[in-house]
Design a protein around this ligand. Structure first.
Ligand code: UD1
Length: 432
């Protein structure tokens, strides 16, 4: 397994291009299954999760072509997805095990073909993550659902019909899945307490460009009037707000200055507010965000994760790490996932002062410095938090198990090196 070696103490300065959003790209890829015409996605990030989703679609029968493209000087991918017919309606265990988001094939396959078998994803490092909301909504839309040998078998022989749905949790995954399913259902579907994350808005916009009739985009009530068929389209994936927020913290924690090219400030309002309260200067431009912490003395802040537009759980580990060397105490409360402080024991080994209470909140008391240590990444965002700690720690930090980072951060070392970080990847084959 590859590792990252980081020698801390460099102030980061320069520009970083923010890639297309992984969490937008994954449902967009699956939305291509709703039509027998070609769907072209541009500004696609080159990530292992995208490769995994592409392999799953090929397994189902999708023909995928990829082209290199350059957007704002940044090399990225442009993929064409074409599924005139299916060769399988089964999402097997081996795919779902590697990537939970494989469950985005559920809604599209059921809507277009009236049948799907999906291996149940099960829990993961950060929590139990059930699928009850997705399944109950599909039942209300006329599907029959059976769980057998670890698989969900969903059938809708006469097609899905519209329904008035009220989600008990504003689930991102359930909102995307049901949004896709409802586009081809007979009649009208209303989703109350829908998630409002920008990635859902991106999906809804692409579906509308394919001929869907979705209104209420960006609000917590979505109305979908089913149509007979959807057509192909070309769509540019929105910028990754979590990647942007992560590099914003890299600038702040090293007391540096980074311009985040292509970042969309309107999708990051709560994290930007916290950064400003901490003492960091932020300039919001139309097509970039400048994060300037040069000469700043940072003050600890309290953070509570919440559904969008609240503070994103996917930035909790990075912001907790920012607070480690800020003045005073900070309380970080996690409300979305039940086990999302896995980074804390590793940060403690680097000299942080953190107390976690009942897996729900963490009190951070600022310390003068962190010390390098070998650390182990447990999930995607926690891994980035360890990289951040390594950037300011005295000595050489080695982050193990970085395959998590490759799932969600495109060209991580390259981007960090381009702003002055001393970071290198040690390939498995180079290990002693
Ligand atoms: C998505 C994101 C993930 C992010 C999360 C919250 C993708 C691929 N992943 O995950 O990065 O951390 O949103 O912003 O976009 N829940 C249920 N029953 C359900 C569905 C969800 O109880 O049927 C619970 C979950 O266990 C969790 C909460 O609802 O506690 C929110 O989960 P959800 O919004 O569905 O997250 P994901 O879509 O899995």
């Amino acid at each position: 397994m590859d590792r990252l070696k980081i020698r801390g103490g460099k102030r980061l300065e320069g520009k970083i291009y923010i890639s297309g959003a992984k969490n937008a790209a994954l449902p967009l890829i699956c939305a291509s299954l709703l039509t027998d015409e070609k769907v072209i996605l541009t500004n696609m990030p080159m990530l292992s999760d995208i490769k995994s989703m592409n392999l799953l679609l090929e397994e189902l029968g999708t023909v995928i072509e990829s082209k290199d493209e350059i957007i704002d000087g940044n090399p990225c991918k442009n993929y064409t997805y074409y599924t005139p017919e299916f060769k399988s309606l089964v999402a097997p265990y081996d795919f779902v095990r590697k990537m939970r988001a494989s469950y985005y094939v559920l809604g599209p396959l059921l809507a277009r073909k009236g049948y799907v078998e999906l291996s149940l994803p099960g829990g993961c490092a950060i929590g139990a993550r059930p699928m009850d909301i997705h399944l109950s909504a599909l039942e209300q839309m006329g599907a029959t659902i059976e769980i057998k040998n670890g698989y969900v078998i969903a059938k809708a022989e006469k097609g899905l019909h519209g329904a008035h749905l009220v989600f008990n949790i504003a689930s991102v995954g359930a909102t995307c899945n049901i949004l896709m399913a409802a586009t081809l259902a007979k009649g009208q579907t209303i989703i109350e307490n829908a998630a409002r994350e920008p990635e859902i808005g991106d999906l809804a916009k692409m579906l509308n460009s394919m001929g869907a009739k979705i209104s209420g985009i960006g609000s917590s009530v979505l109305q979908i009037d089913g149509v007979e068929r959807l057509r192909g389209t070309i769509h540019k994936v929105i910028a990754d707000r979590i990647e942007a927020g992560s590099y914003a913290v890299a600038a702040a924690i090293t007391r540096g200055r980074i311009e985040l090219i292509n970042a969309q400030a309107e999708t990051l309002q709560t994290p930007i507010k916290i950064l400003r309260q901490t003492g960091v200067n932020i300039e919001e431009n139309e097509r970039s965000i400048i994060v300037d912490a040069k000469g700043c003395t940072l003050t600890g802040q309290d953070i509570i994760t919440d559904y969008y537009p609240g503070f994103p759980t996917d930035l909790q580990a990075q912001f907790l790490t920012l607070m480690l060397t800020a003045n005073g105490a900070s309380m970080v409360t996690e409300t979305i996932f039940e086990n999302r402080f896995m980074h804390v024991p590793e940060l403690l080994r680097m000299g942080a002062n953190i107390n976690v209470h009942r897996h729900a909140s963490a009190i951070v008391r600022g310390v003068d410095k962190l010390n390098a240590a070998p650390v182990m990444a447990t999930d995607l965002r926690a891994s980035f938090a360890l990289v951040l700690a390594g950037l300011i720690a005295e000595g050489e930090t080695v982050v193990n198990r970085i395959y998590h980072l490759d799932r969600g951060y495109e060209k991580l070392e390259e981007k960090l090196r381009s702003v002055g970080a001393d970071i290198e990847r040690i390939k498995d084959s180079e290990e002693e």
